[in-house]
Design a protein around this ligand. Sequence first.
Ligand code: DQA
Length: 145
Amino acid sequence: MTSILVLNGPNLNLLGTRQPEVYGTTTLADIESACRDHAKKIGCEVAFLQTNSEGGLVDAIHAAKQVHSGIVINAGAYTHTSIAIMDAVFSTELPTVEVHLSNIHAREEFRHKSYLVRATIGQIAGFGLQSYLLGMDALMAHLNT
Ligand code: DQA
């Protein structure tokens, strides 16, 4: 069965209380539960991980090879800074979708740039929790074509 890794980066463990005016009150546990429900609906398996460290994200991406069919990733602030995470995604050759809760293009200029997006199929930003579900749909559509 198709298996999707949903990977979350720094500070996303604080969702619910972190800048609710930007990120809302949805918690990471809410997102995990919505992703698990959605996986059943679209017929795939899902693994859900969060780490605050850049190396932890790189390790999780490496470990996904041979195990998962693709990755949905919200790398948080590392999106805008990390060549290492971009290189890790390139090296696994797994189809990957970048997601963000907020519309990074409507925010500060330093958030407009993503290194990671170069290694992905595409980016979904600005739909809150729905960004993750849309990311899973986009990945499934890619895998089934
Ligand atoms: C984020 C956007 C990033 O710019 C920020 O650093 C985050 C969250 C989002 O989901 O909107 O941590 O990835």
